[in-house]
Design a protein around this ligand. Structure first.
Ligand SMILES: Cc1cc2nc3c(=O)[nH]c(=O)nc-3n(C[C@H](O)[C@H](O)[C@H](O)COP(=O)(O)OP(=O)(O)OC[C@H]3O[C@@H](n4cnc5c(N)ncnc54)[C@H](O)[C@@H]3O)c2cc1C
Length: 422
């Protein structure tokens, strides 16, 4: 793999052949996450596709000319022509492979794939999930000199990285942007020496054997596993939702509110997330209609009071959405008045859904004891029903799911494990 500058772009990239160019930056966690994957793939595909890197900050005019706006970004070229597909952010190995394969003949792809050698690594503890709970467990384990790996299907940070502002995490006088809080948590754990395997595909989890396979080829073995996989937003399960998910229907205000400057949006839900996020969305949108199934919000009083005086927000209590349809640029939400059973249509530019969360347990739900809502049961050391398997954070059965309770769980599990292993 070669590092180039813009002056070598013509000769190294445009002169011909197949090329993948990585625009990277320093102090860029997603770039660090990509680097070993890029290098590994360069070794595998290097005879057929040239792998080159360019430092984005020092080659900005070229980056901008190629449409590169963030680091890392992978840009692909075939015979001097830039291909339509680019990749940025938490780039997965499987996605790069998919793109590289599409640039080569099928028989050559099969030949390359046959050269992939399985890899095995061993740790004392593997933490699955790098949100606040997993990062804290990683930090405490690392400080106790326990060899620990942290695995996440996304970049580290968990839900906090998509929360616009956190005002109730102790230690900060002023509210903190969620992405900064999660960035600092992640850097603290990484600097301590915890090994990160992030933005990977988790292919297989064998809790009995304490083995996790990532990206189909790497088996990670441990003496103990901590599950810290958190929760994901509930879907409403009504017509049109899956179809327009990400295309007008969003579950993340931090990610998408900025696209609704002066526009009209519908927010569905009435708990803390819905009420706090509606207030955040109102910084951008011109008008917000909240649709909530109960006669009053269930969010905390402070959040409610802020929303009630917000002139951009109107609430339809005791209403539920029944379907979504796209009409041109607009999303039409059909809603039902739960008292009169009357249905009508709300036309808006976008819809945000905040109707609670479900635990991320798909890959091991049959192996562990769960509560009736599907959350993992643990004892006071955070041990699950299976020996040497712990669970922490939002994924466990408990009453209150907050950053503070997640980091507390991570702390407890790590201290309990450190005592056992010493
Ligand atoms: C919109 C919103 C606003 C919030 N605001 C606040 C607030 O202001 N204050 C507060 O205290 N709390 C807030 N919370 C709650 C807080 O974010 C959570 O309690 C906290 O993030 C839980 O941490 P966690 O580590 O248990 O899980 P998460 O933060 O959910 O992290 C779980 C991690 O596991 C990863 N993962 C999932 N499945 C797998 C898998 N199979 N393999 C590997 N990795 C996996 C995910 O990618 C993720 O990184 C908010 C939540 C939301 C949704």
């Amino acid at each position: 793999m070669k590092e180039i500058t813009s002056t070598e772009f013509e000769t190294e990239v445009l002169a011909g052949g197949k090329v993948v160019l990585d625009f990277y930056s320093t102090e860029c966690p997603p770039c660090e996450a990509l680097a070993p994957k890029f290098e590994g793939l360069a070794n595998l595909y290097g005879n057929d596709i040239r792998f080159v890197k360019m430092f984005r900050q020092q080659n900005k005019p070229l980056a901008e000319k190629l449409g590169v706006k963030s680091s890392p970004t992978l840009v692909f070229f075939d015979n001097g022509v830039q291909l339509e597909k680019t990749m940025s952010g938490g780039i997965k190995r499987s996605d790069i492979i998919c793109q590289l394969d599409s640039m080569l003949p099928a028989d050559r792809v099969a030949e390359i794939k046959s050269q992939i050698k399985p890899a095995i690594s061993e740790y004392d503890v593997v933490v699955l999930g790098a949100g606040p709970a997993g990062l804290t467990a990683g930090l405490y384990l690392c400080q106790a000199k326990i060899n620990t790996a942290l695995i996440d299907i996304a970049l580290p940070g968990g839900q906090v990285s998509t929360t616009h502002e956190v005002s109730n995490y102790p230690g900060f006088v002023n509210p903190q942007p969620g992405y900064m809080l999660s960035h600092n948590m992640s850097e603290q754990t990484k600097q301590c020496g915890t090994i990160y395997k992030v933005a990977v595909d988790v292919t297989k989890i064998d809790l009995e054997k304490k083995e996790i396979v990532v990206d189909e080829f790497e088996t990670i073995k441990a003496k103990k596993i901590i599950i810290a996989t958190g929760t994901s937003p509930n879907l409403m399960g009504i017509p049109g939702e899956r179809e327009y998910k990400g295309k007008g229907i969003s579950y993340c205000a931090t990610c998408d509110a900025k696209y609704y400057g002066d526009k009209e949006v519908v927010v569905i839900g009435g708990g803390n997330s819905a009420v706090e996020e509606a207030d955040f969305i109102s910084k951008f949108a011109g008008k917000i209609t909240i649709v909530h199934q109960f006669a009053a919000f269930t969010a905390n009083k402070q959040a409610q009071e802020k929303l009630i005086v917000n002139p951009k927000v109107n609430t339809l209590f005791e209403h539920e959405p029944r379907s979504f349809v796209r009409e041109g640029d607009k999303i039409v939400t059909e809603i039902e008045d739960l008292k009169t059973k009357e249905r009508r249509k709300l036309v808006s530019d976008g819809v945000f859904v905040f109707i609670g969360m479900k635990p991320n347990i798909e890959m091991f739900k049959d192996k562990l004891e769960l509560d009736k809502w599907g959350y993992i049961k643990t004892d006071e050391d955070m041990q699950t029903s299976m020996k040497d398997v712990y669970a922490v954070g939002d994924v466990i059965s408990k009453k209150y799911r907050q950053i503070t309770t997640a980091v507390a769980d991570g702390t407890i599990a790590a201290i309990a494990i450190a005592k056992e292993l010493s």
